[in-house]
Ligand binder design. Sequence first.
Ligand code: UDP
Ligand code: MG
Length: 314
Amino acid sequence: MTTLYIVVPCYNEQEVLPETSKRFLAKLKALIDGGKITDSSRILFVNDGSKDKTWDLIAQYHEQDCHFSGLKLSRNRGHQNALLAGLMTAKEHADCVVSLDADLQDDINAVDEMLAKFEEGCDIVYGVRSSRAKDTFFKRTTAVGFYKFMRALGANVLENHADYRLMSKRSLDALAEFSEVNLFLRGMVPLVGFKFATVSYVREERFAGESKYPLKKMLSFAFDGITSFSVKPLSIITSIGFIVFVVSILAAVYALVTFILGHAVSGWTSTIISLWFLGGVQLICLGVVGQYIGKIYNEVKRRPRYIIEDFLNQ
Ligand code: UDP
Ligand code: MG
């Protein structure tokens, strides 16, 4: 029989945890009673340096029922790092691990189908949301644009899949070989390979509390995803350089011809506009190149991606 660990990263989730723990435990118990998973299966809450009572709640749940485990990171490291910490810890105790958010947006009932696919021999089962009707219009359109853009840039990401997925122990062992510091798990997991399947579910609204991904974080996450998986922005810069160069030659020819014809292009306006335009283009390009250098800088330092302060597991 399978031992399942459900990994749930939590950052300031005290409003949702009481409900989340209740629903997840009911699911786990149903699976255990149904003979689908072993009694050593656990729900592993990862406390990502929360400032509220999240960790106290997790410790309390663990006291009350041994099916709850808790992992405490030494400080806030962000969703992706917290998730990785949970996955890497869980894989030492489980045959397969399901990851999902604490806010009840991901429907826990999809786990049944994920487990069935796992039993059929799939190593990775992706949860794909069947509709985004519950998301805000803004989130929906930006997400569609993001996936299109990612694919155009050659990065292989599954559309409408967040981090709700099942992974087998051996696929997690393979994931552990990826040592990058800039984590973008939904881009990394497909690189692992193995047999995979998808399961669709309806994504709900956040149960309570606020999204921990405000626009600024979302944009930097998207940009991180792109620069982690594609160097196409660099070739785009080269193309921009060529285009500007060709345009400037045409402008030079035009200026020369009018000069020869006797009416020189006069002007402060044209000079200033082209100066500023080119300055802007150059700064943007320099910024993109800088982003890559910044990434290299972060990667070469090889700092730990997370530090574990406490692990409650029985
Ligand atoms: N999260 C985390 N660390 C952070 C931010 C978020 O562990 O620094 C967790 C959060 O508790 C939740 C999940 O990541 O379980 C997804 O966050 P959220 O629901 O706020 O993002 P959204 O669904 O709005 O994209
Ligand atoms: Mg959420």
